[in-house]
Design a protein around this ligand. Structure first.
Ligand code: TYM
Length: 324
């Protein structure tokens, strides 16, 4: 069984990334053969500064390791260092109808958000993602809910290729972390927490002061009960969910714990709990992020391992579709 997943190096990692995906990855690496990568090619679909991208790659890697992804248990690599992803990308471009791409929610949202940079990469983004997954013939892809549509198109591309040529790909399945699959923005709880709207994000390595400030000033709702009711009380329900994930306590228990207590007391507890949870990981991160040559070595080693498998698989794929 092979598991694969990736993260874009587009900024600091937030608690949505952590509870939706990374925490799950840490567990999966104990049981499965896991490949985790930094999706730097995907990050190029939005405007960026080249120097900043390089810095973000190292920071993302240091974050993943500090959060518990182990280079001994998993293959950790950089997407652009395994050129076979791009080769398969072209092949899959030729089996994916344009209409499927124009219908993707992420494409529609990003084209609205970044009107002056609607590039072809943004449109073809899901095909590169399908290549990342199908290149390794992965069975499972642990992601947050926002990536489900990309997983569905990946399965569709696999089906089309298998039908047009011969059965070459497995259809990969998404793995969701039920409670963490969608963490909402702290200032707009109807939207997911997202690196492209940093004002609503709580980053995993925020300082104590920032965590406290962000949680205390997060949007809550009218009334004062600590009740989990996502429709009527989206803000407080998001915080209850976060607290439940950090403390690993069921939601009903949290509602009982705070029965008759107010928002301030609850938010204070959530902030302290988050500070405590990430304190050691943050210390580790601050040390690791300075060790650039160590980080570089991890990527080089991981990218070599991934390349060996990718190269072997690509030979079979090329044969299937009539290339030499
Ligand atoms: P990215 O970098 O946006 O996010 C990394 C992971 O974090 C999850 N996530 C969330 N989960 C819960 N609540 C949220 N608010 C939240 N925000 C983000 C994402 O679902 C993701 O699992 N396209 C991918 C990267 C990628 C990839 C792949 C993933 C490229 N190729 C192949 C899997 C397989 C992305 O942009 O993730």
């Amino acid at each position: 069984m092979l598991v694969i997943s990736g993260i874009q190096p587009t900024g600091k990692i937030h608690i949505g990334n952590y509870f939706g995906a990374i925490k799950h990855w840490v567990k999966l690496q104990e049981k499965y053969k896991c490949f985790f990568f930094i999706a730097d090619l995907h990050a190029m679909t939005e405007s960026y500064e080249p120097k900043k991208l390089q810095k973000n790659i190292y920071e993302t890697l240091a974050s993943l390791i500090a959060l518990g992804i182990s280079e001994k248990k998993s293959v950790i690599f950089l997407q652009s260092q395994v050129p076979f992803h791009c080769e398969l990308f072209w092949i899959l471009n030729c089996v994916c109808p344009c209409g499927d791409l124009f219908r993707m929610t992420q494409f529609k949202e990003k084209s609205k958000q970044f009107k002056d940079n609607i590039n072809a990469g943004l449109l073809n983004y899901p095909i590169l993602m399908a290549s990342d997954i199908l290149l390794y013939n992965a069975e499972f892809v642990p992601v947050g809910k926002d990536q489900l549509q990309h997983l569905e198109i990946t399965r569709e591309i696999a089906r089309r290729f298998n039908k047009r040529f011969k059965k070459t790909f497995k259809e990969p399945k998404p793995l969701l972390n039920p409670l963490g699959e969608k963490i909402y923005s702290l200032i707009n709880p109807s939207k997911k927490m997202s690196k492209s709207s940093p004002e609503g994000c709580l980053f995993v390595f925020d300082s104590r002061k920032d965590i406290k400030k962000k949680i205390l000033s997060s949007i809550t709702d009218s009334g004062k009960e600590i009740e989990f009711s996502p429709k009527a009380k989206p803000g407080i329900s998001n915080l209850i969910k976060i607290y439940s994930l950090v403390e690993e306590k069921p939601i009903e228990e949290i509602e009982k714990e705070f029965l008759g207590k107010g928002y301030f007391e609850f938010k204070n507890k959530v902030a302290l709990s988050l500070i405590d949870y990430f304190a050691q990981k943050r210390k580790k991160y601050l040390k690791l992020v300075k060790k650039k040559s160590y980080l570089k070595k991890i990527l080089n080693k991981g990218s070599q391992k991934a390349s060996q498998i990718a190269k072997r698989n690509l030979v079979k794929i090329k044969k299937s579709c009539g290339l030499l």
